[in-house]
Design a protein around this ligand. Structure first.
Ligand code: AHR
Length: 326
């Protein structure tokens, strides 16, 4: 009740000061950005990878540094848990809801509930496939298609003189934006060139154990594999274990390309077990704080904010490793 009265007074003051209500869904129920009592609810995917752990730590650190209360929930990889968490944040009347969607589809109902409650939503890391982009204020994260294309371009250069390249693909979580887009980006880079032969493709769910298990099966059914394309470092690290257990040398007998560039992946790249890594940065915390403050204050923010990223060869990994934060 106290909070409701506070919000109503803050909202009335804001309208009186600006002479108009704010645009989008950020106008009602928000309005406490910058005054010290902002509350943000964040629903994280889970803890499936080194990337995810680094992302969680960075977000928690950034909100702590900014003195903003962050209500955090871990969905343990389940969409239904995220929907429950978002509904709970709506009930608690938080000022902003942020989340990294486990999968791309199936969000319209709960996002409409947030919109009806006047709570602005920010997508971080992963997007949704909703046709109605008024259901969220902004999407902050990587261009996953570009990441897949970068992997494909490296493969094309590396195998420029080869007649054929037999590739196995360790996909991320089925239905997740990075799994869909990294698969597409690779294929876009290859175009119609039949030389690049994706002989097997299966999900390893973005986990090291999943990558190892799927790679073991790939090795059994495909005696000739030139290259593994893993949608993240963790699955690539699992594949290394499977390749070594099969008596082959990762990075030499079978080349490996991954996405993320977390510390363990970069170490494997420096050691010659991975051949190339496309960076996907988990350090989204400070930008998320900035966006949350702005949307809570009713300001307009960019609908799409793309994270800046690079790629790494072995030499570049050796140079970057001493300063790598995650
Ligand atoms: O959404 C980002 C992806 O999710 C990362 O590449 C992967 O490691 C994580 O699990």
């Amino acid at each position: 009740m106290k909070k409701f009265i506070g919000l109503a007074v803050a909202g009335a003051l804001l309208v009186a000061m600006t002479g108009c209500a704010s645009g989008g869904s950020g106008g009602d129920g928000a309005g406490s950005g910058g005054d010290g009592d902002l509350v943000v609810g964040f629903s994280q995917v889970g803890a499936e990878s080194g990337w995810r752990t680094a992302n969680t730590k960075d977000i928690q650190r950034a909100f702590k540094d900014a003195g903003i209360e962050l209500k955090f929930s871990d969905a343990q990889g389940k969409q239904e848990n995220q929907i429950k968490a978002i509904r709970s944040y709506i009930q608690q009347q938080v000022d902003v809801i942020a989340f990294s969607p486990v999968v791309e589809s199936g969000w319209d109902t709960v996002l409409n509930e947030a919109k009806d409650a006047g709570i602005p939503v920010v997508l971080t890391d992963r997007s949704v496939d909703s046709k109605d982009d008024s259901l969220y204020e902004s999407f902050l994260g990587s261009d996953f298609i570009a990441e897949g294309e970068k992997a494909g371009e490296w493969i094309k250069t590396e195998y420029a003189d080869a007649d054929t390249v037999k590739i196995v693909e360790l996909q991320g979580t089925t239905g997740a934006a990075p799994a869909n887009d990294r698969a597409k980006g690779l294929r876009d880079a290859f175009g119609d060139d039949a030389k690049y032969d994706i002989i097997a493709s299966q999900t390893g769910d973005f986990t090291r154990a999943g990558g190892k298990q799927v790679m073991e099966a790939f090795l059994k059914s495909n005696p000739e594999i030139d290259l593994v394309y893993a949608h993240n470092d963790d699955m690539g690290l699992g594949a290394i274990e499977a390749i070594e257990a099969a008596g082959k040398t990762p990075g030499t007998d079978i080349k490996i390309v991954t996405v993320d560039a977390v510390h363990d992946g970069m170490q494997a790249l420096a050691d010659g077990k991975i051949n190339f890594i496309v960076e996907c940065s988990p350090l989204l915390g400070d930008q998320l704080v900035d966006i949350a403050q702005k949307v809570a204050a009713g300001e307009t923010v960019e609908k799409r904010i793309v994270t800046e990223e690079t790629t790494f060869t072995a030499d570049q990994a050796k140079e970057a490793l001493p300063d790598r934060q995650y």
